[in-house]
Design a protein around this ligand. Structure first.
Ligand SMILES: [Zn+2]
Length: 289
């Protein structure tokens, strides 16, 4: 089966080392398997997505010398051809499909209430189509099984972290769990690499996929890498703060210096100065992160 991976940055801030690590592992894994790599820019949140962050994604990928086979090649293509704004109808279809499962309820809790109280909207049977109302999915109080390539079989109880998670926000925008899953299904993605902080998101999406009858999603290869120290131990001025790759570029860090650090982190026995060199040495990669 053709391996199909994706890199899926969100343009709501400048990219950081954690993003780069996901990109590098995905690129190596896909290229090693002669698969296809898709760039998907998660610009669904139109309030937080900014053109300068979309531009930063392309600049960063160019700096990292990462290439991809599908998806936008320029900010202009992202805006006019690939923006998730054009997929609103498809996301609505999935919302309708989930509504038919009887597991969705409307919630008008403010952010403040959610932070201090548990939402108790499930028993209120609010209409689903009034303004300022989110849609939530009833999460089961049993563990979701998740097979991770690094960590083995895991059990995640959504009620600990993502109880009754939102599938459509109060402002009417489709929530991350739903659009990310829908895009991965529609584009035939079968390799998903993310930071370990997104384990519960993966479990949430496995649960949504099971409700939708999308059994193929459970066959996806998942790999959740460790979170990394943002400065990689590179010598940077103290004013840099939490490091964006943009700051690194501006401070004169070269891609070669960057890859020397990254190649050690991903478990190569030999420091490399480029992606291609890493690929040549990738027999030794066990993605030990
Ligand atoms: Zn509520």
């Amino acid at each position: 089966m053709l391996l199909r991976g994706r890199i899926a940055p969100t343009p709501s801030g400048y990219l950081h080392v954690g993003n780069a690590l996901s990109f590098v592992i995905t690129w190596l894994w896909v290229r090693k398997a002669d698969g296809k790599l898709r760039l998907r820019i998660d610009d669904r949140d139109t309030l937080r997505s900014k053109p300068e962050y979309i531009e930063d994604i392309f600049k960063t990928l160019e700096w990292m010398r990462i290439d991809w086979d599908e998806g936008p090649q320029t900010p202009d293509e992202q805006e006019h051809i690939y923006s998730q704004a054009g997929r609103g109808g498809r996301y609505d279809e999935v919302v309708t499909q989930l509504l038919n499962t009887g597991k969705v309820f409307a919630c008008d809790c403010s952010r403040k209430i959610i932070q201090t109280h548990n939402c108790s909207c499930q028993g209120r049977s609010l209409p689903i189509d009034i303004p300022d109302t989110a849609l939530r999915i009833v999460t089961p109080n049993v563990a979701i099984e998740l097979r991770d390539s690094k960590r083995g079989l895991l059990e995640v109880n959504l009620n600990n972290k993502l109880k009754d998670f939102v599938i459509r926000r109060r402002d009417g925008i489709t929530a991350y769990q739903l659009f990310s899953l829908t895009d991965d299904l529609d584009f035939g993605i079968n390799l998903i690499i993310r930071g370990g902080d997104l384990l519960s998101s993966t479990a949430a999406q496995l649960y949504l996929a099971s409700l939708m009858g999308a059994t193929s999603f459970a066959e996806t290869t998942f790999y959740h890498h460790s979170l990394v120290n943002d400065d990689l131990g590179l010598k940077l001025s103290k004013s840099a703060g939490s490091l964006s790759l943009k700051t690194m570029r501006e401070q004169g860090i070269t891609p070669e210096e960057f890859y020397l650090k990254i190649s050690t982190m991903v478990g190569l026995d030999h420091p490399c100065i480029s992606l291609d060199e890493m690929l040549n040495h990738s027999k030794a990669i066990d993605f030990n992160l």
